[in-house]
Design a protein around this ligand. Structure first.
Ligand SMILES: [Zn+2]
Length: 456
């Protein structure tokens, strides 16, 4: 059975770039646009040409360099904006003018200070003008979800009659609930003349954490384009996260039987590139592409993962471009995971040796939270050389080189590491905590069964 194809409209470079701290220069935008092309997005909203010369230039250079995706330029519903957008799109193989106009009473009254009649006329005129320049025209009634539904139907119908080929229904302020948003799309499909000839699009903000849920509800109700951004960046709490939308459909085709052209293995590299360019890090627990999205630390989880990844993984890290599922070695790790990591580092141990390594490992992990390979190697060396000291903080003062820069949690140092280790980076502990007394009750972790209980 053929699945309906969903157009992925990426607005990382426009809505995303409007988020605090995410501004990019022309070169950076071009670099990211090339990555979005590799990722396989259908439409790249490259900017808002009238907003600034930088935006104009970015749209122009992206339009000139990418041939496959549609390149969209944003414009308010007025001649000057539409003309400027069209000018920036001159070099594009597949240009799109995206016209928007607020339609909710609150925006009409306080922001635009125009009547509904004037709004209707302005939308119609701007779309008609855009259509006279470009065959591909998208219209967005801004704040659609807080617009009187009958009036929204009227405006959308007028935009379609004037030549819009895509109508986008923005939940501009992230106010909608999934069922409500789905119902709005259904209502438009029932009431608006000509809507079956255009593509309906979603554009959902994440102010209540529902951007992805609302977008998916829109798709189920008949929308066939989703506007979204890498890492979910966008105004305020952000836009719908591209990677979450795509993977929700891919992991659950039983519920969302739709196709996209996204190359999953480019999701993580795209996310990394955006974070690198904007220097806005991704939250560690961010779905799909966060640093912990495929990390398993709890012993029972690690054991299951090693036996069969399907026990705790609903998708493989490789399917989204994450190099490997990382088994983070921390104090909740069991012997099995520790033994495997030792093996990967080229060391195999008898049960008794492993017991000793494990015992020291738990003490260390309690102190520095995340045990790096370098730490483990030192520990192995100590045990192998018969160093009987149970104080893994070391008596030689050279133990445990600074943890990698990725170890960012200031509170990672446990109280067991002593008072002189109470601040900032665990690395600072390594040279100075030699006298720290360790109070982990080793006997609590002797059997494997108990190890695994830590992670339940
Ligand atoms: Zn937006």
């Amino acid at each position: 059975m053929e699945r309906p194809r969903i157009t992925i409209f990426d607005t990382t470079l426009r809505d995303g770039e409007q988020s605090p701290g995410c501004s990019m220069n022309v070169q950076e935008k071009l670099r990211l646009a090339q990555q979005l092309d590799r990722l396989g997005v259908d439409v790249i909203e490259a900017g808002f040409p009238i907003a600034s010369d930088g935006d104009f230039e970015a749209v122009q250079s992206i339009a000139a360099s990418l041939r496959r995706p549609i390149i969209a330029g944003l414009a308010r519903a007025c001649t000057g904006d539409v003309d400027r957008a069209w000018q920036a799109l001159q070099g594009a193989a597949r240009p799109r003018i995206h016209v928007f106009l607020a339609t909710s009473d609150i925006h009409l009254k306080y922001k635009l200070r125009i009547t509904r009649e004037k709004c209707l006329e302005q939308a119609r005129d701007a779309v008609r003008h855009a259509k006279s320049l470009c065959p591909d025209v998208e219209f967005s009634p801004e704040d659609a979800t807080r617009t009187d539904v009958a009036f929204l139907c009227q405006v959308v119908e007028a935009a379609i009659a004037a030549g819009a080929t895509t109508v986008n229904i923005p939940d501009t302020v992230g106010y909608s609930m999934p069922e409500e948003y789905g119902n709005l799309i259904r209502t438009l499909r029932e009431k608006v003349a000509g809507i079956d000839k255009v593509t309906i699009s979603t554009h959902c903000h994440n102010d209540l954490g529902l951007a992805v849920a609302n977008s998916l509800a829109g798709v189920q109700a008949g929308a066939r384009q989703v506007e979204c951004a890498i890492n979910g960046i966008g105004e305020r709490a952000g836009n719908a996260s591209l990677e979450e939308i795509v993977m929700a459909m891919r992991v659950r085709p039983d519920r969302y039987p739709y196709e996209t052209a996204i190359a999953g293995e480019h999701l993580y590299p795209s996310s990394q590139m955006l974070a690198e360019i904007t220097r806005v890090p991704v939250q560690p627990n961010k779905a799909i592409i966060g640093r912990n999205a495929f990390a398993h630390e709890a012993g029972i989880h690690q054991d299951g993962m090693l036996k069969n990844p399907l026990t705790y993984e609903i998708m493989t890290p490789q399917s989204v471009g994450v190099p490997d599922s990382r088994l983070v070695l921390g104090k909740h790790s069991g012997r099995h995971a520790l033994a495997l990591r030792c093996e990967q580092l080229g060391h195999q141990f008898e049960r008794r040796e492993l017991d000793e390594i494990y015992r020291r490992f738990v003490v260390l992990a309690d102190r520095i939270k995340k045990v790096q390979d370098s730490h483990l190697l030192e520990l192995i060396q100590d045990v192998a050389s018969g160093n009987v000291s149970s104080d893994v903080t070391g008596s030689k003062g050279k133990k445990f080189p600074p943890a990698a820069a990725t170890l960012q949690f200031p509170r990672a140092v446990s109280a067991a590491a002593g008072a002189n280790a109470s601040d900032s980076h665990p690395a600072q502990v390594s040279g100075s905590a030699g006298q720290a007394s360790v109070s982990i009750p080793f006997t609590d972790h002797h059997s494997e069964q108990e190890d695994y209980l830590w992670g339940v």
